[in-house]
Ligand binder design. Structure first.
Ligand SMILES: NC(=O)c1ccc[n+]([C@@H]2O[C@H](COP(=O)([O-])OP(=O)(O)OC[C@H]3O[C@@H](n4cnc5c(N)ncnc54)[C@H](OP(=O)(O)O)[C@@H]3O)[C@@H](O)[C@H]2O)c1
Length: 246
């Protein structure tokens, strides 16, 4: 049973990393959780672990989600799915990667939010989360498109909160620094990511982000945590420097 004023949640990017941990945490909080991703096997494995409802979907096309939102009251949406296909100067970035980042990091969360808000506004109940990034708040080399999609999400959250005044629907952006997940393993390979980013450093763990979301949900409905910036203790704000600690 949920002690929250909400019953159901939908988490995108639940097959891996931060989204997987969020889905598990929300199940533990008593919510019925729809877990979205492309990797059907990973979602089935998660369902065996913690009884999420797997929804295999490529978020480059959100049209198949209309039916779910029309037939189900979704109270909490965590727009978390995202990708960073390569770390490269903008001039060397593959145009297909530009499109993929805009599709998944930006267009999909907006479309999913619009689908969710129809019911949330009518019911005067709901909480939308968006997983942005420190890369959307501070410049980083070789990730210009990724940073642009996350900056757009950040301003979208602020503007959306203006549009939603009086509806009781809450909007929270989470902008993390380095979290230990598969995100960079696509760009750097598993060994490369471990050597360059994780082995000698204390990163944020996905469960830490999940805990922040659970905490924001438990606050009274009159309190909206509009933005959470969270960095590893050993990473300077902005992400420019991270140190290894014995
Ligand atoms: N790791 C970090 O340091 C860090 C820092 C700041 C922000 N973030 C953000 O955190 C979010 C989660 O990333 P993560 O670090 O947990 O990385 P991850 O382990 O690589 O997870 C990314 C998730 O996004 C999903 N996804 C990617 N493309 C998709 C598509 N076309 N359709 C549906 N789902 C798709 C993946 O699912 P499938 O592969 O099953 O499709 C996966 O579940 C992202 O928005 C990322 O930008 C991460």
């Amino acid at each position: 049973m949920s002690s929250l004023p909400y019953k159901t949640a939908l988490v995108t990017g639940a097959s891996s990393g931060i989204g997987r941990a969020i889905a598990q945490r929300l199940v533990n909080a008593g919510l019925r959780v729809y877990a979205l991703g492309r990797d059907a096997k990973a979602l089935e494995a998660l369902a065996l672990e913690c009884h999420v409802i797997p929804v295999a979907v490529d978020l480059k096309d959100t049209s198949s989600l209309h039916e779910l939102f029309d037939s189900t009251e979704i109270d909490v949406v965590v727009n978390n799915a995202g990708l960073l296909p390569a770390i490269a100067k903008f001039s060397d970035t593959d145009p297909a990667d530009i499109d993929a980042m805009i599709d998944v990091n930006l267009r999909a969360p907006l479309r999913v939010a619009q689908l969710a808000l129809k019911g949330m506004v009518a019911r005067k109940r709901g909480h939308l989360f968006f997983v942005g990034s420190s890369a959307g708040r501070f410049p980083h080399p070789n990730t210009a498109v990724y940073g642009a999609t996350k900056a757009a999400i950040s301003m979208f959250c602020d503007s959306l909160r203006c549009d939603l005044l009086g509806t009781k629907v809450r909007v929270t952006e989470i902008a993390p620094g380095r979290v230990q997940t598969n995100l960079y393993r696509t760009a750097l390979g598993e060994q490369g990511a471990n050597e360059k980013l994780y082995d000698a450093y204390r990163s944020i763990q996905p469960e830490n982000i999940a805990e922040l979301i659970a905490t924001a949900l438990t606050l009274p409905e009159a309190v909206d945590v509009s933005r959470m910036e969270v960095f590893p203790t050993d990473q300077a704000a902005g992400g420019s420097q991270i140190v290894s600690v014995d």
